[in-house]
Design a protein around this ligand. Structure first.
Ligand SMILES: *Cc1c(COP(=O)(O)O)cnc(C)c1O
Length: 413
């Protein structure tokens, strides 16, 4: 994208942006929540739509001059409805956490009980971290994975739900590699009279791309970010049954937010348009194939993969358990050579969150760069050889060159 004005008026920021662009080109991005948006999504974000104030909803705004902005928001809503088959959509949430705050506000009172996936086993901060609004304002009861299978045991979830009679059941994750049984979750919620809430931030693109089952038909409310596998701008949206539409809209505005970010909503519409194309289904299919190939290549090299594999775009490697390397050490060595990953707890981790046993690997970004299964073997080899020389600065520098040579063969979109 042309930044000729910025280059002239603010070379300091221009240089920083160019440096980040270079880092993204020359490195391997394996952080499961990241991706590369298209040039069209980037262009839509950098527009005069950022100049507008439009508190309210299409046709019901608190400011004048919104006849064009209404069109942008309507197109974004229509495309999202088509993409997920949702009854009602609110595209205004600024990001995943504020979206979830709005859902809690719409459906609960402070102190109400929420059943959510344990944070150290794959849940998100906004599913009950003690320092997050969710943990501060609500009573969170966690469910866990089975120690042996490392998968969520739905009979156990039902048992906890029956005992606790929570007001809401939250299904969703940031670090879990197996498909969720959405239907069973919604049945349990009905049985105990809880409202069902699915947070599909991580897998929305795989659901939109028709490779994973969707919770939208079963759940009362579904939230998602738009910037992870869905490959749109940084932001979020909430889908719900008509019955909850008013409460959700009121919770987003004026409950949690003021004016929407209309330039971002335009970019969301562009991303939804891209996701409606058949090519997007090919991308989603390849994301999963790549994750399964990478997981196998790591296992072939003696790394233990949590639950033995993956159904989606990510998986966890038990570094400490299989190689005696901590998650923090692995993250540092890989960062040195230009491979971005994040340290992560593994289920029932004996180590602490700041230096856990595991790392999380994801394939959406590499897939967007058009890598396929065969390339995953090379990525696994680069990671393995880096970890083997993690204390040798000179050898790490050699690995850095190898990673760069390989990465630049796959241009950013
Ligand atoms: C990423 C994520 C979010 C929050 O997204 P932000 O945009 O970073 O606030 C919420 N829920 C889940 C499950 C996530 O993975």
């Amino acid at each position: 994208m042309s930044m000729s004005n910025l280059q002239k008026t603010d070379p300091a920021i221009y240089d920083i942006i160019k440096a980040e662009e270079k880092r993204q080109k020359e490195g391997l991005e394996l952080i499961a929540s990241e991706n590369y948006v298209s040039q069209s999504v980037l262009e839509a974000m950098g527009t005069v739509l950022t100049n507008k104030y439009s508190e309210g909803y299409p046709g019901r705004r608190y400011y004048g001059g919104n006849e064009i902005i209404d069109q942008v928001e309507d197109v974004a809503i229509d495309r999202a409805k088509k993409l997920f088959g949702a009854e009602h959509v609110n595209v205004q949430p600024l990001s995943g956490s504020p979206a979830n705050l709005a859902v809690y506000m719409a459906l609960l009172k402070p102190g109400d009980k929420v059943l959510g996936f344990s944070l150290d086993q794959g849940g998100h901060l906004s599913h009950g971290h003690p320092l997050n609004f969710s943990g501060l304002l609500y009573t969170i009861v966690p469910y866990f994975v089975d120690k042996k299978t490392e998968r969520v045991d739905m009979d156990e979830v039902e048992k906890i739900a029956m005992k606790e009679k929570s007001k809401m059941i939250l299904a969703g994750f940031s670090a879990y590699s197996r498909d969720f049984d959405w239907k069973r979750f919604s049945e349990i919620a009905k049985k105990v009279g809880a409202v069902s809430f699915a947070d599909i931030a991580h897998v929305a693109g795989l659901i939109a791309g028709k490779q994973l089952e969707s919770p939208v038909p079963y759940f009362d409310v579904v939230s998602t970010t738009t910037h992870k596998t869905l490959r749109g701008p940084r932001g979020a949206m909430i889908m719900c049954k008509e019955e909850y539409a008013k409460a959700i809209d009121r919770a987003v505005f004026p409950g949690v937010q003021g004016g929407p970010h209309d330039h971002i909503n335009a970019a969301k519409a562009v991303a939804f348009g891209e996701a409606l194309k058949p090519e997007f289904q090919e991308y989603a299919k390849q994301v999963i194939k790549n994750a399964q190939a990478l997981s196998k290549s790591m296992q072939d090299r003696g790394y233990r993969v949590v639950s033995g594999g993956t159904d989606n775009h990510l998986f966890l490697v038990d570094m400490f358990g299989s190689k005696g390397i901590t998650g923090k050490e692995a993250e540092k060595a890989l960062e040195h050579v230009g491979i971005s990953i994040n340290k992560n707890m593994v289920p029932y981790d004996p180590r602490k969150p700041l230096d856990p046993s595991g790392i999380r690997l994801g394939t959406p970004a590499l897939t967007t760069r058009k890598m396929v299964e065969m390339d995953m073997e090379i990525v696994a080899d680069l990671m393995d050889r880096t970890l083997m020389v993690k204390d040798d600065e000179e050898k790490l520098n050699q690995m850095r060159n190898e990673v760069r040579e390989f990465s630049v063969k796959f241009p950013l979109p």
